[in-house]
Write a protein that binds this ligand. Structure first.
Ligand code: FES
Length: 152
């Protein structure tokens, strides 16, 4: 049975009638057509689907619609302001911190959450904080470089 779910997505109020067991990732990509958030594994292991919920970096494939009422969700589409990329996005470009780019939005959102908690992390803290986000192309060093640059 469908239920009504209300939350904020990138500052906009959203109301959907969905099955409670649908994932936030499905709501974002399929119902709301915002495809910057990526489907990687679907089981919480890769980090490609990372978004912020109430200022905490969370894997959207593991969150269910029935738990979203009143949540404040930020996705990669909500990071740029007034047509200006966020410093993290700029740093990823400057450092060429991607190859295929599939993991990038999840990397940036996880880094955003990390920098909210720790605005000036050491390189070691960045490595630990990003440890569970996977990049099959192996751009890890450049990703850490980009996050260090954005944190300055
Ligand atoms: Fe959600 Fe991999 S798609 S963690």
């Amino acid at each position: 049975m469908k239920q009504s779910v209300k939350f904020k997505l990138n500052g906009q109020s959203v109301s959907l009638d969905v099955h409670g067991e649908e994932s936030l990732l499905t709501l974002i990509r399929v119902y709301l057509d915002q495809t910057g958030t990526k489907y990687g594994c679907g089981i919480g292991e890769c980090g490609a689907c990372t978004v912020l919920i109430n200022s905490e970096a969370i894997r959207s494939c593991m969150i269910f619609a029935e738990d979203l009422d009143g949540a404040d969700i930020l996705t990669i589409e909500g990071l740029s302001q007034n047509g200006e990329l966020h410093p993290l996005q700029k740093a990823f470009i400057t450092h060429d911190a991607l190859q295929c780019g599939y993991c990038t939005s999840g990397m940036i959102m996880n880094a955003y959450g990390l920098l909210m908690q720790n605005p000036a992390p050491t390189r070691e803290e960045i490595i630990v904080g990003m440890d569970a986000n996977l990049c099959r192309c192996g751009a890890y060093n450049r990703i850490v470089d980009a996050i260090q640059t954005a944190s300055k």
